[in-house]
Design a protein around this ligand. Structure first.
Ligand SMILES: *[C@@H]1O[C@H](CO)[C@@H](O)[C@H](O)[C@H]1NC(C)=O
Length: 203
């Protein structure tokens, strides 16, 4: 009898402990609401910025990815500016109406996934808190056997009044074989440019 009471008591203690850990996380968690899925615009009542976004969605692997391979993407600041919020989705470059693919569960606490269509596919990622961020790493899985060209569109929120909507990444083509002429990444490309410039100057 007393043993049973003990179990109930420890269960209550554990529940309270769990709640005290979980509640603050959910309490301060914001993230884009489902209503933002359609036009990727925060409902702050301010107009989006028309200048070039200081935040970029980069694809380190480059413009070609093997069919069915996942793609790592980086949401990053290119200046000293930080962003508080974001919403990112991938689209076929020919169809801006419906997000495609699925994000993998983020490994860090900066991002959470959303279902931006009714089919329950985790096809969008957003912030968890309004903490100021300079880099968020995500990984995205294309649809099975997809062999099109995808582009990531990201809305970045610097603060309530300052945001850029649908900032576009480079396009990524899903192929059976990576073309041998394809630059593997921006740094390899920059390296090649530097070498050819050097060769030209030294003629
Ligand atoms: C997305 O939808 C699936 C299937 O309906 C559901 O199990 C899951 O909890 C949803 N996830 C989120 C983050 O809304």
């Amino acid at each position: 009898m007393s043993c049973h009471k003990k179990i109930v008591f420890s269960c209550a203690v554990v529940s309270v402990l769990l709640l005290s850990i979980l509640v603050p996380i959910h309490g301060i968690s914001t993230g884009a609401p489902a209503a933002a899925c359609k036009d990727m615009t925060p409902e702050h009542g301010e107009l989006p910025q028309t200048t070039t976004s200081p935040f970029k969605t980069e694809i380190p692997v480059g413009a070609y990815v093997l069919m069915d391979d996942s793609v790592k993407i980086e949401l990053r600041s290119t200046t000293s500016d930080t962003f508080k919020g974001f919403l990112v989705m991938a689209f076929d470059s020919e169809d801006a109406s419906t997000p495609i693919g699925t994000f993998k569960q983020p490994v860090n606490e900066l991002a959470q996934l959303m279902n931006c269509t009714s089919d329950g596919v985790l096809n969008a990622a957003t912030h968890t808190t309004s903490a100021e961020k300079t880099l968020v790493n995500l990984e995205w899985q294309p649809p099975k056997y997809y062999m099109g060209t995808a582009v990531f569109r990201t809305t970045y929120v610097k603060d309530k009044k300052t945001y850029w909507i649908k900032t576009e990444s480079i396009t990524v083509s899903f192929v059976m074989e990576i073309p041998s002429s394809a630059p593997r990444s921006n740094s390899v490309w920059a390296g090649l440019m530097a070498v050819s410039l050097l060769a030209f100057l030294m003629r």
